[in-house]
Design a protein around this ligand. Structure first.
Ligand code: KG4
Ligand code: ZN
Length: 341
């Protein structure tokens, strides 16, 4: 076993605001250290559902409309005023550049007006650190980051020090859920729609491929997606949608859970964390917990509301980064792609 140690994070003393507009959630969170004072999330998914997926320009326009009302509700929920804030964090990478720019401009305006520290946050790091909000845990540990744009297995040596162990070679897990849901006519976002449709379905009814075979820490979901489309065509009006949704969910979650456990064993760690939107899937949460308990590995998963995109996780990452002395300048730009720090 690797030497495991608990590394407590230091935070700014006082309320820090986090602004998240990287995709289709406009969110503002406020934290003081590990305490979440507010986490207001306004999802645009109803609108994007009509178009079958996220339309970048529409997302940016809606962030602009929603930003101030969401900011106001967050301050109300936290029961503080703007002048109580001691720091500002904003997602500036990776994501849709137009969407990111809305939150970034808002954050810069606040930083100028309030004259308090401001930092651009890497969205992926905010997800990776999100389990710290309601748990303490050890380092190193293995993190499975599964969202709409990412599927990565990461060795977290300590906060801020990450090594990629593997990742998807094609679709991200959340993207696979979204595409399969579209094929099944279940709408957007696909993850929750498939999870709901799968209830009562038979996960063994339609055998689906599992992508790449071990030994590897990479994933491939393109084959599973194609097999879903083929099954829909083959069974036409006789298709049992609930069982195909269940078969798909089982195929994806079992690959994710088994490979994460293999990575934890290989890295000799005692703890796994599950983060990102797909981590709110109950079959994945249960499967991972069951498999890990047999091997005495602890699994830590944030509360559902901290899994999908949210401002509290941005505020939390910002509070730590600012406390260790990092700041951004007001000419900070938004960026579509970004490696882990
Ligand atoms: O982390 P997130 O909110 O945004 C990104 O950073 O991408 O993740 C969104 C993704 C979507 O693809 C959505 O379908 C998926 O997470 N998702 C789920 C569930 N809830 C959201 N996937 C499976 N089961 C869920 N319950
Ligand atoms: Zn995300």
């Amino acid at each position: 076993m690797a030497v495991q140690s608990e590394i407590p994070l230091n935070y700014l003393q006082g309320p820090v605001i986090g602004i998240e507009t990287s995709c289709d959630e406009t969110s503002v969170g406020i934290v003081t250290g590990k305490t979440v004072l507010a986490n207001v999330i306004s999802s645009q998914s109803e609108k994007h559902r009509e178009w079958g997926g996220v339309v970048p320009e529409a997302a940016a326009r809606m962030h602009a409309e929603l930003f101030l009302p969401v900011l106001k509700s967050a301050l109300q929920e936290a029961d503080i005023s703007l002048h109580d804030l001691v720091g500002i964090g904003v997602t500036n990478r990776p994501g849709l550049v137009g969407a990111l720019s809305v939150g970034l401009s808002g954050a810069k305006a606040l930083a100028c007006a309030l004259k308090i520290p401001f930092i651009g946050v890497n969205h992926l790091e905010a997800h990776i650190l999100s389990p710290f909000i309601d748990s303490s845990f050890t380092h190193p540990h293995v993190c499975l980051l599964v969202s709409g744009g990412h599927t990565e297995l990461i060795l977290v040596r300590r906060p801020g020090e990450y090594s990629k162990l593997g990742g998807t070679i094609d679709d991200a897990a959340g993207e696979a859920f979204d595409k399969a849901a579209r094929t099944l006519g279940l709408g957007y976002p696909g993850g929750p729609a498939i999870e709901k449709a799968a209830v009562g379905g038979d996960p063994d009814k339609y055998p689906l491929p599992r992508g790449l075979r071990e030994p590897t820490f990479d994933f491939s979901f393109a084959g599973i997606k194609t097999a879903v489309a083929r099954t829909v065509e083959q069974y036409a009006e006789n298709l049992d949608i609930s069982s195909l949704a269940a078969s798909f969910q089982t195929a994806v979650t079992s690959v994710l859970a088994e490979r994460t456990l293999a990575a934890a064993r290989e890295s000799a760690v005692e703890q796994i964390t599950l983060v990102g939107g797909v981590a709110s899937n109950n079959e994945l949460r249960n499967r991972m917990a069951q498999l890990a308990s047999k091997q005495n590995i602890q699994v830590t998963i944030p509360h559902h509301r901290l899994c999908t995109d949210n401002g509290a996780m941005i505020a939390h990452a910002a509070s730590w980064r600012i406390a260790i002395g990092e700041l951004s300048s007001l000419d900070l730009e938004a960026s579509a792609k970004s490696p882990l720090p």
